[in-house]
Design a protein around this ligand. Structure first.
Ligand SMILES: Cc1ncc(COP(=O)(O)O)c(C=O)c1O
Length: 470
């Protein structure tokens, strides 16, 4: 027995002629706090980490995130071929830079940049970086204009709705700009022109509007806000730009509804961001920022570096970043074309509408907004649920928790100020969420209600046992 143990130890030490699971690495604690003195074979390191990652949720069932979880094999090949290229090394990888510029060209035209303007843009890590850079540029332009008039430029402010993503608040804090955030109302979850009118003044560096809010997928009143800013410019001379946060919507609306005017066709829309890694259908992290005209991006913000060989202009918060997602974005644009993106977006909307109807038909859910603009569903519980005693403690948070038990990741949350009384479940429909998956999800949701009703009735029965009189 003992000799067998010793020889097993020896065998493990040698680590030869056995699979990873027969090696010593699986029976020892994994290093967590200190870099180990000695390394381990690549297969062992791979297996240990890969096994731990099984504890993560399944990205394909992640209906919480907007971020792409599936790409074609050819895209995967290009991504792994280009993983080692630092995008900032423009001089060494000039073709990658050229490809980035081609994507910027395509997006600027998709967003209807006027022919008489010289658009400029950059790739970013995501929409967050793009928004920060876009608004920063507007802060600079506002300050330069104020300085030229010898006016006070110590109190810049930015106006937006409470429906914005947290990055807008971050911008205001990080870059020292007064945040004028318009609260929402019950049943009114987007920014309106009337709201904007009350909050702007000569120190407003920009108005932020959202094409597909993170909370509900709805669209702010972009055209009406543009009309208002045109009037304000005529009446008061304040030339206030709009930055459109098209993180999700700017890759959806141009394909679903090209005639809907939200982009550079509107006079005050001067910059737009979009996440390539959302409905651009690329893995994380790539985003895009496009200015309608280079005059809206002060030269002062573009740095030139010479230590990579050549003179390289950079306008980014980060210096180094991967090239692979930029290449993957170009792959999608070539591979899908406008037709492919339109087909995918239409399929997404069909699945979204189907899921919405099916959920509403259960009688348990109500859409926050019957008009669906993007493949995003925000649903709340109906009054019926509150009236059924047995379902009394089944709220959206509990449903979200229970769905997790089946692997589905569906977030529940309350809406922003002043509509925080409303709690919703949000389902983001992505490319690989098929009709079949929608049916499976609905089935699991129905089962939650069924089980809950049964258990609650059992509880009631226990509390009030019926008296058998015979
Ligand atoms: C409307 C909106 N803006 C900005 C962001 C931030 O985008 P990213 O994750 O690409 O930085 C998001 C993310 O969900 C979003 O929904």
């Amino acid at each position: 027995m003992l000799s067998n143990k010793v020889s097993l130890k020896e065998l493990k030490k040698k680590g030869k002629n056995t699979s990873i699971y027969g090696s010593r690495y699986v029976s020892e604690p994994i290093p967590k706090f200190e870099i180990p003195e000695e390394g381990m074979p690549s297969k062992a390191a791979y297996q240990l980490i890969s096994d731990e990652l099984n504890l993560d949720g399944n990205p394909n069932l992640n209906l919480a995130s907007f971020v792409t979880t599936w790409m074609e094999d050819e895209a995967d090949m290009l991504i792994s071929q280009t993983n080692g290229k630092n995008f900032v090394d423009n001089d060494e990888y000039p073709q990658t830079q050229i490809i980035q510029n081609r994507v910027i060209n395509m997006l600027a035209r998709l967003f209807n940049a006027p022919h008489n303007c010289e658009f400029v843009g950059t790739s970013t890590i995501g929409s967050s970086e793009a928004i920060m850079l876009g608004i920063l540029a507007h802060k600079w332009t506002w300050r330069e204009n104020r300085k030229a008039k010898c006016a006070d430029c110590s109190k810049p402010n930015i106006v937006m709705g409470a429906d914005v993503h947290v990055v807008w608040e971050k911008f205001a804090k990080y870059f020292d700009v007064e945040l004028r955030m318009v609260p929402m109302e019950e049943n009114e979850y987007t920014l309106t022109a009337d709201n904007v009118k009350e909050h702007i003044d000569e120190n407003t560096i920009a108005v932020g509007v959202v094409l597909g809010t993170t909370f509900t997928g709805q669209i702010d009143q972009i055209q009406e806000i543009n009309d208002l800013l045109e009037d304000v410019k005529d009446e008061k001379g304040w030339d206030i730009p709009i930055h459109v946060d098209g993180a999700s919507g700017a890759f959806v609306i141009p394909f679903l509804d090209p005639d809907f005017e939200w982009d550079f066709r509107l006079s005050h829309v001067r910059s737009i961001n979009v996440s390539g890694h959302k409905y651009g259908l690329v893995y994380p992290g790539v985003g895009w920022l496009i200015f309608k005209d280079k005059k809206f991006l002060s030269d002062d913000l573009v740095f030139e570096v010479n230590y990579l060989g050549g003179i390289i202009p950079t306008f980014n918060l980060n210096f180094s970043k991967g090239s692979s997602m930029i290449i993957a974005q170009y792959y999608n644009l070539l591979r899908l074309g406008k037709e492919g993106y339109s087909n995918i977006m239409n399929n997404l909307m069909e699945t979204t509408t189907y899921l919405a109807e099916t959920l509403e038909n259960t009688g348990y859910f109500k859409l926050l907004d019957e008009e669906l603009s993007l493949p995003i569903l925000a649903i709340k519980l109906t009054d019926k649920v509150e009236k059924i005693d047995a379902l009394g403690n089944l709220d959206v948070f509990e449903i979200s928790r229970k769905l997790r038990g089946r692997g589905w990741l569906v977030p529940a949350y309350t809406l922003p100020h002043n509509s925080q009384k409303t709690a919703v479940l949000r389902i983001v429909i992505k490319e690989n969420f098929t009709r079949d998956m929608a049916d499976l999800l609905v089935n699991d949701i129905k089962n939650i209600f069924k089980t809950h009703e049964e258990v609650s009735t059992e509880d009631l029965d226990k509390k009030n046992p019926s008296i058998n009189i015979f």
